[in-house]
Design a protein around this ligand. Structure first.
Ligand SMILES: CC(C)(COP(=O)(O)OP(=O)(O)OC[C@H]1O[C@@H](n2cnc3c(N)ncnc32)[C@H](O)[C@@H]1OP(=O)(O)O)[C@@H](O)C(=O)NCCC(=O)NCCS
Length: 179
């Protein structure tokens, strides 16, 4: 299947959360237990003001990729974890007036065809905020290469989230993302 067959557009993520988490489980690796925890987190996130999602769908309606995010809220758990790391690095202001990309995943059978790039570029193009922030596992992954190519730079490294075994990097970019 080529990129042209897959269409990126608005996604009712609350209605399709199980399909999205199935994609995430394949792309990122999630246990059944983690999927159940994520379901609650995603549904809570979607109730936040300004939360938006885009999906990548095949002609027969299968979801093969998704992205979601929202204007960042310092009161949310993610911000409270990364805040001390950003403050130490002199980047605490990145938590305000910034669009947070919360999740981005593409089904392994559909990766490396430009779908991930289109999802994150589209969702941030539609943001009102002048900047975007996200976190990614702190290794040289395809995700990190994609984010760098779009203009995201490291704001903090070796960020530890309670319960996550791997350290994360927090990355930020000015919008619109680089083409
Ligand atoms: C990150 C991810 C969403 C990218 O989706 P994708 O549709 O494969 O990405 P694209 O085809 O748009 O590729 C865009 C860029 O990503 C980078 N990239 C993608 N696959 C790569 C790979 N295997 N190795 C190195 N860089 C890679 C390249 O910079 C690429 O740009 P190029 O095509 O100009 O070389 C996908 O790899 C994925 O779902 N990974 C697992 C889950 C994950 O890590 N999600 C992010 C959590 S923070």
């Amino acid at each position: 299947m080529t990129m042209e067959d897959v269409v990126v557009g608005p996604l009712d993520l609350a209605a399709r959360v199980d399909e999205a988490l199935a994609v995430q489980a394949l792309a990122f690796g999630l246990t059944d237990e983690e999927v159940n925890v994520r379901r609650h987190i995603v549904l809570r996130h979607l109730a936040s003001p300004g939360a938006r999602a885009l999906g990548a769908t095949t002609p027969d309606g299968r979801l093969v990729g998704f992205v979601y995010g929202m204007p960042n809220d310092r009161a949310q758990w993610w911000s409270t974890v990364v805040e001390p790391y950003l403050r130490r690095a002199g980047h605490a202001d990145w938590l305000d007036d910034v669009f947070a990309v919360t999740e981005l995943h593409v089904h392994p059978a559909h990766q490396k065809r430009g779908i991930g790039r289109e999802l994150i570029t589209r969702i941030t193009d539609e943001a009102r905020e002048p900047r975007s922030i996200l976190s990614a596992i702190d290794t040289e992954s395809p995700a990190r290469a994609l984010y760098r190519s779009l203009g995201y730079r490291d704001l903090a490294r070796r960020v530890l989230f309670p319960s996550a075994p791997s350290p994360y990097a927090v990355m930020g970019a000015t919008l619109p993302l680089r083409r």
